[in-house]
Design a protein around this ligand. Sequence first.
Ligand SMILES: Nc1ncnc2c1ncn2[C@@H]1O[C@H](COP(=O)(O)OP(=O)(O)O)[C@@H](O)[C@H]1O
Ligand SMILES: [Mg+2]
Length: 247
Amino acid sequence: MRRYQQIASKALKTMTLIKDDTIRRYIPETKWYHRETLFQMLKQYPTIFIKPDKGGGGSGILRIRRVGADFECCSSYSCKTLKKQKLVSWIEKNLVSTKRYIIQQGISLATVGGRPFDLRLLLQKPGSKWELAGMVAKIAAPGRVVTNYCKGGTPCEIKRALLNITKNDQKKMEELILQLHFLGKKISKILNNRFKGLRELGIDVGIDKQHQLWVFEVNTRPQFKMFSKLDNLQMYRRIVRNHRRIV
Ligand SMILES: Nc1ncnc2c1ncn2[C@@H]1O[C@H](COP(=O)(O)OP(=O)(O)O)[C@@H](O)[C@H]1O
Ligand SMILES: [Mg+2]
């Protein structure tokens, strides 16, 4: 199997992307996790996410939400409401001491059937050009703060999810799809300029309740099994075909 370049650090990829004037607005504010940045971010935003810098599959992610003077704290396992004095010890109990963490402005995701969802763009470079080979919506499993497929997220046809939130506004849906094409093209170009050996990218894009798009992260060794769960297998077949040319 041929190996191609992988960049694990979310912070490094985010730093590369925010240098671009057109992409910066799509990236939620992101800092390294420290006690100071925690309280600073919690002053600024009602919800924040804490994520391992080098992690994946929705593992180790915490969501903290301000509720009056208290904080709702959710891990993969549970949610509980804590007083401010208990917050840091709860968070740090849930962090792995050998890992570095980032802290990110939380986006209030649009929902389908009451469940938050986000979008995955799959880009591949089987030859000399990047192709947007797949787009899918991932709907979070009940009670989850992440939409990841391996955490029970359900893949859903992207146009269906977008029509659902735009109340069947075909024009708005098509505008969003165009914006996603722009994001895919631009992000693959920026990252590939900086990291020459990339061949596949999985971009996680959130869509908030006002239908703004937000880029959460870019995976450089993306999974694509979720595309095999769609009724229409056209994208999946194309992805597999490209993948075989790449690895
Ligand atoms: N800033 C955020 N605001 C809202 N939801 C988020 C945010 N960051 C992550 N999430 C949710 O958590 C999921 C996993 O986060 P992500 O950054 O993709 O890490 P991983 O590498 O573990 O997949 C996202 O797909 C999204 O559903
Ligand atoms: Mg992800």
